[in-house]
Design a protein around this ligand. Structure first.
Ligand code: G6P
Length: 369
């Protein structure tokens, strides 16, 4: 097992560090940057289904569901196709309206999650075109779907999903760009700019991983917190949900993710000097609005840990700690903002002496209801 961990103390840490390579592997053969082309035969072969779809319905569970939420923002923004994201467990029992003009996309790292598999079978029985985004090759969901794309993250052993999540987002970014280009929702200039920025992401993550010690020192300050709040907006709202889930899963600290603007409708009541609040405030994503949320937290004595774009000045003055991410397009920031939250959860769990790779009560893959 020590050999399999490749010198890292835990699989989770290894898998966090594998993300630049995993994303590069997900790009391979698909993102032809020099020619400004995205090649995905599973999309090309079924282009009419995607472009004529009334809507895309994404079904998934857990972290994969969070990737689905990012996908919703990406597909609607880049390809202007309506998207709904559903918990597979709710969708399958809700007597959902599914027609032959719907495209249903199932996301699953393992490809074996019982609820997601059942949702796939249901959608197929109603005549929808069903597409899978799985990591495990030849898995049940990969086999049951009409077509799909693998994430190529490699085996993920840690129960808390890390590289599977970022490679799922990578697949959906490519898919959204490809559809946006095909239906001309994206201009050639915008498309080419995205390709250029996407290509930088693996190197940017590599650089971002150097913040490990800094994140570790923040983890040491907040490890004894009993409640945490994660806030983000737009593309980074799902990242806030995923940040909170990661902390809950492996440290057993209660955490909630919220869209930053919804804070005033509830969570603000919880804020006091004992409450750490992790806020994503990237420079292009509703920045001024998030800054005003941060000010509201400050005036209630909450502790602010902000994830900002490098070179930020404004948030730095108000926040208790800042973590900088490299600059990119807002739509691509989830691939970067996720990383500090993974590291943070990891370090808090280690400091609390938790079983990082196999947290209590959780399974890597939930194959029964
Ligand atoms: C379990 C795992 C999570 C995962 C979820 C969905 O809860 O612990 O990490 O996100 O199942 O799994 P899937 O394999 O379908 O992505």
């Amino acid at each position: 097992e020590q050999i399999e961990k490749g010198g890292y103390e835990h699989f989770m840490l290894k898998e966090i560090h594998e993300q630049p390579k995993a994303i590069t592997d997900t790009f391979r053969g698909r993102m032809l940057a020099e020619e400004n082309i995205i090649k995905m035969s599973s999309i090309e072969d079924n282009l009419d289904k995607f472009l004529n779809a009334d809507r895309v319905i994404i079904v998934a569970c857990g972290t994969s569901w969070h990737a689905g939420l990012v996908a919703e923002y990406l597909i609607e923004d880049m390809a202007r196709i309506p998207v709904e994201v559903e918990y597979a467990s709710e969708f399958r029992y809700r007597n959902p309206i599914i027609t032959e003009k719907d495209v249903v996309i199932a996301i699953s790292q393992s490809g074996e999650t019982a609820d997601t598999l059942a949702a796939v079978k249901l959608a197929k029985s109603k005549g929808a075109f069903v597409y899978g985004v799985c990591n495990v090759v030849g898995s049940s969901i990969a086999r049951e779907t009409h077509s799909g794309a693998y994430t190529h993250a490699g085996p993920e052993i840690g129960v808390a999903s890390t590289k599977a999540f970022t490679t799922q987002i990578t697949v959906f970014t490519l898919l959204a760009l490809k559809l946006g280009k095909a239906n001309k929702s994206l201009s050639d200039v915008a498309f080419e700019n995205y390709i250029k920025k996407m290509q930088l992401i693996p190197k940017q993550i590599e650089k971002l991983l150097e913040i490990d010690e800094h994140v570790k020192s923040i983890a040491a300050v907040y490890k004894d917190a009993t409640n945490c709040l994660y806030l983000g907006r737009g593309f980074n709202f799902p990242v806030a949900l995923e940040g909170a889930l990661k902390l809950k899963e492996i440290s057993y600290i209660h955490a909630e993710g919220y869209p930053a603007a919804e804070m005033k409708h509830g969570p603000i009541a919880l804020i006091d000097e004992n409450m750490p609040i992790f806020v994503i405030a990237t420079n292009k994503g509703h920045y001024e609005k998030v800054v005003s949320n941060i000010q509201e937290i400050k005036s209630r004595a909450g502790k602010i840990i902000a994830v900002v774009t490098e070179g930020d000045i404004q948030v730095k003055e108000i926040a208790d700690h800042v973590i900088e991410i490299p600059d990119t397009e807002e739509a691509l920031t989830p691939l970067l903002t996720t990383i500090p939250f993974q590291l943070l959860s990891y370090h808090i769990a280690v400091l609390l002496d938790r079983n990082v790779d196999q947290p209590r009560n959780l399974a890597k893959s939930v194959t029964v209801e």
